[in-house]
Design a protein around this ligand. Sequence first.
Ligand SMILES: Cc1cc2nc3c(=O)[nH]c(=O)nc-3n(C[C@H](O)[C@H](O)[C@H](O)COP(=O)(O)OP(=O)(O)OC[C@H]3O[C@@H](n4cnc5c(N)ncnc54)[C@H](O)[C@@H]3O)c2cc1C
Length: 497
Amino acid sequence: MSLEHVDVLIVGAGLSGIGAACHLQTNCPSKSYRILEARENIGGTWDLFRYPGIRSDSDMYTLGYSFRPWKEAKSIADGSSILDYVRQTAADHGVEQKIRFKHRAVRADWSTDEARWTVEARREDTGETVRMSCDFLFMCSGYYRYDEGYSPEFPGVERFEGRIVHPQHWSEDIDYAGKRVVVIGSGATAVTLVPSMADTAAHVTMLQRSPSYIVSLPAEDPVARALRRFLPAKVAYPIMRWKNVLLTMASFQLSRRRPKTMRALVRKGLERQLPAGYDIDTHFNPTYDPWDQRLCLVPNGDLFEALSDGRASVVTDRIETLTEKGVMLASGTELEADLLVTATGLNLLALGGIELAVDDSEVILPETMSYKGMMLSGVPNFAFAVGYTNASWTLKCDLTCEYVCRLLNHMDVHGYRRCAALNRDPSVVERPFIDFSSGYVLRSIDKFPKQGSKAPWRLHQNYALDIFNLKFGSIEDYAMEFSFAGSTHETVEPVPA
Ligand SMILES: Cc1cc2nc3c(=O)[nH]c(=O)nc-3n(C[C@H](O)[C@H](O)[C@H](O)COP(=O)(O)OP(=O)(O)OC[C@H]3O[C@@H](n4cnc5c(N)ncnc54)[C@H](O)[C@@H]3O)c2cc1C
C-alpha cells in the first residue's frame, strides 16, 4: 500500500506547530505539509492548562508571533486569550485543514537510500497505527509530558481527608470557595494560583521549600497603550517587541554579570509592595542568583496584594507528612487544608517522546548534540522548535521556523535531498542542553541531547545573536553535510571550518 507523502511533516499543533505551518506557507509556498497532533484541539499548553488564573508569565509582544501583532490590552495575558490567538492564527492561515488530530507520532525511521522519513502515528481514539512519509520532519512537540505533571511522593498522602490536585489536571468540579487551600510550590504556577484562588477561598497558603525571585510588572504595558493610540498595530507591535526583548536581555545580562545589583533591585520592589516588616529574607530571598532559575512575574503585584491584605500567606518549610487535616511541617506546625494543590512542576519530555532511527540504527538522544539549537547531530532532514528559557518561547521558535524555511529553499535551489549535521568538531566540549538549576530541569536533563561549547553547537539563549546567526548566517558550514540523492556517496564537500 502506498503511504501518504508530504514534503514537511510537523508534529504538534501548539504555539510552535501553528507558527511553523504559517511560516512554511509564507516562505515555502510550494511545499506540502501536514501536522500530526496527539490531542483533539489546537493550542498545546494553552489548551491543556485550565487552573485558576492561568496566564502567561512573559509579555505577549514577545510571546506572540513575529507575523501577527498582539492587539489586546493586557500584555501579561490570560490563558484563554492566548488560546484564542493561536486558534485564530490557525484559522486565518487555513492551517486547521492540515491537522490530523488524535494522531500521536511514536516513531520515525529515516532511510538514506530513499531520502525520506517514514513516520508511525498511533490514533488516540482507535489505537490504530497510521504511517506517513515525509522529506523533512519538524518536531514542534513542546518540552514536557502532557499525561502527568510532576508530584513528589508525600508521606502520609493516604491519610489526607481533603482533595489533592495537580494544576495540570485541574477540573471544573473543583470548588474552593470558602475553603482553606494550601498550594505547594514556589514557581510560576504557584504564584499565579495563589492570588487568583485567594479571591474566593477562605485562605490560601503558599507552602514552599525554598523561595523564588518574584518581580511585579504592569499587566497592561503603558508604553503599548500610548503607542497604540497613535500608531497602527503593525507598526506599534515590532516597537513593543524590541523594547521588551532589550529589557529582558538587559535584565538577564545584569543578573549574570552583577547578581548582587539585580538581587538588590528585586528586593527594593518587594519592600515597596509588601507590608513593613514582612520577612523577605525567609520567603523571598533565594540562595541562588537571579536567572539561575526562571524569574517569576506577577501582574500588578497581585500576589503581594493578596499577602498584604491577609487573604494569602507564604510558609517556607519542609513537609514532614500529610495528616488527616492537612500538612505537618518539619517545624512542628500543622497547616490545615480542605484542598491541596501540588504546583510542583512538570515532567520534561524531549521531542514528544518519539523514537527515532536513522538507517535502522536507533538514535540515542543524549548521545546527540544539538546544532544551532534546532537540529541533531547525525539525524538528517530533521529539526525541532524549542524556545528560550530566559525570554519568550516564540522569539526562538519564529527564528527556528524561518531558518528551516531558508534551509528547505536552499536545498531546492541546489537540488540537495539530504542535509545533516554530521561533522562534530572534536574540540567542542559537551554541555547540558539547558543550564538551569531548577529541579524539573535537573530531574530529566540526562535524557536530552547535549549542546556544545561553541558555534554552531552552542545554544546561545540570546535573541540578538540568534537573529544574526539564524536569519542572516550562512546555511552551509563545516558541520552541515548536504547530498544530492539519498545516498551518502553523493555527498557535497562541507564548507571548511
Ligand atoms: C503553564 C505554563 C505557562 C507558560 N507560560 C509561558 C510564558 O508566559 N512565556 C513563555 O515564553 N513560555 C511559557 N511557557 C512555556 C510554553 O510551553 C511555551 O511558551 C509554548 O506554549 C510552547 O508551545 P509549543 O507549541 O512549543 O509546545 P506545547 O504548547 O507543549 O504544544 C505541543 C503540542 O504538541 C503535541 N504533541 C506532543 N508530542 C506529540 C507527539 N508525539 N505526537 C503528536 N503530537 C504531539 C501536544 O499535544 C501539544 O499540542 C509556559 C508553559 C506552561 C506549562
